[in-house]
Write a protein that binds this ligand. Structure first.
Ligand code: SAM
Length: 277
C-alpha cells in the first residue's frame, strides 16, 4: 500500500522518542510482518494493539488483513496514525488512552481478539499480569503476542526445576501455553535499546491446566517463591494454616522447594489452602 517510509513519518510528525513512554520504534518491515505471522493474524482477525506508536507493526497487521483497534497513550502519534487509517478505511480504530486503565471487554464490545503489542517492558509485564489474572476466563482475547526483554521471556516459558521458573511461569502456564517465537536484536529499533528482545505467543486454554481459585493460587505462589531457597514447610508458614497439613492434603513432600513444583501441584496447594481456611 502507498504509505511513506516510517522514518519519514517519524520526522514529519516530530516523533522524537520519549524515554518516559519507553519508545523504541521497530522499523524493520520483515520483523513486523514476522510478528503478525507469529500472532496468527489473517483476514478474519480482530486485533487489539497496544502502543502502535508511528504504526510500523500496525501496518503489518493491516497488511495481513486484520481489523485493528489500537490504544496509544502518546497524542503525537494519533495524527501519524490517521494517515494509516486513510489507506485502510474502516479497518483501524485508534483510541487515545492508557492501556493500563482500559476496560478491554467494554472497548471491544465482546469481540474475541488477538492481542499484539510491542510495549515498554515495564508496561508489558504489568499488562500481562492484568490479562492473565482476569476474573473471567476464557478472557476477551484468544491469544497474546507480546515483546519482552529476553530474560523475562525465558522466565515466562521456563519449565519447573531451574532458577528461571517462578511466579511469572506458573501464572502464564496455568491458563495459557506460552511459546517463545524469536529474538529481536537492539539494532532493529530506533533508538536502540540496550537489551535483546523476544516475542512470546500465548495461546489461551479454554480451561486452566488444573482447577484453583485465582486468589488462592496467587497466595501460595507468592509465598513459595518469596523464599524460593527454603523448603515448602518453612516458606508456606505465613499462610495462617497448619503447613504440614496443607502439604499433606495437597500430596506434596514438605522438604521440596518451590522451583520443583509443577503448575498442577501449585493448583493442588491452592485447593488445599481454600479447604483449610
Ligand atoms: N508499536 C510501535 C513499534 O513497534 O514501533 C511502538 C513501540 S514503542 C516500544 C511503545 C509504544 O507504546 C509507544 O508508542 C508508547 O507511546 C506506547 N505506550 C507506552 N505506554 C503506554 C500505555 N500505558 N498505554 C498505551 N500506549 C503506551
Amino acid at each position: 500500500m502507498n504509505l511513506p517510509p516510517l522514518r519519514d513519518v517519524i520526522a514529519r510528525h516530530g516523533l522524537a522518542a520519549k524515554k518516559s513512554l519507553g519508545q523504541n520504534f521497530l522499523l524493520d518491515l520483515n520483523l513486523t510482518a514476522r510478528i503478525a505471522r507469529g500472532a496468527g493474524v489473517g483476514p478474519d482477525s480482530v486485533v487489539y494493539e497496544v502502543g502502535p506508536g508511528p504504526g510500523g507493526l500496525t501496518r503489518a497487521l493491516l497488511e495481513a488483513g486484520a481489523k485493528v483497534v489500537a490504544v496509544e497513550k502518546d497524542d503525537r502519534c494519533i495524527e501519524a496514525l490517521a494517515e494509516v487509517q486513510a489507506v485502510y478505511p474502516g479497518r483501524l480504530e485508534v483510541v487515545p488512552a492508557d492501556a493500563l486503565k482500559v476496560d478491554e471487554a467494554e472497548l471491544l464490545g465482546g469481540a474475541k481478539v488477538r492481542v499484539v503489542a510491542n510495549l515498554p517492558y515495564n508496561v508489558s509485564t504489568v499488562l500481562l499480569a492484568k490479562w492473565l489474572t482476569s476474573e473471567t476466563w476464557p478472557p476477551f482475547f484468544s491469544s497474546l503476542t507480546l515483546m519482552f526483554q529476553r530474560e523475562v521471556a525465558d522466565r515466562i516459558a521456563a519449565p519447573p526445576g531451574g532458577k528461571e521458573y517462578g511466579r511469572l511461569s506458573v501464572l502464564s502456564q496455568w491458563r495459557t501455553v506460552p511459546k517463545r517465537l524469536f529474538d529481536i536484536p537492539p539494532s532493529a529499533f530506533v533508538p536502540q535499546p540496550k537489551i535483546t528482545s523476544s516475542v512470546v505467543h500465548f495461546s489461551v486454554l479454554a480451561e486452566p491446566v488444573a482447577p484453583a481459585e485465582l486468589r488462592d493460587l496467587k497466595t501460595v505462589v507468592d509465598a513459595a517463591f518469596n523464599q524460593r531457597r527454603k523448603m515448602l514447610r518453612s516458606s508456606l508458614k505465613g499462610l495462617g494454616v497448619d503447613t504440614e497439613r496443607l502439604l499433606a492434603e495437597a500430596g506434596i513432600e514438605p522438604t521440596l522447594r518451590a522451583e520443583v513444583l509443577s503448575v498442577e501441584q501449585f493448583c493442588a496447594l491452592a485447593r488445599a489452602l481454600n479447604a483449610l481456611r
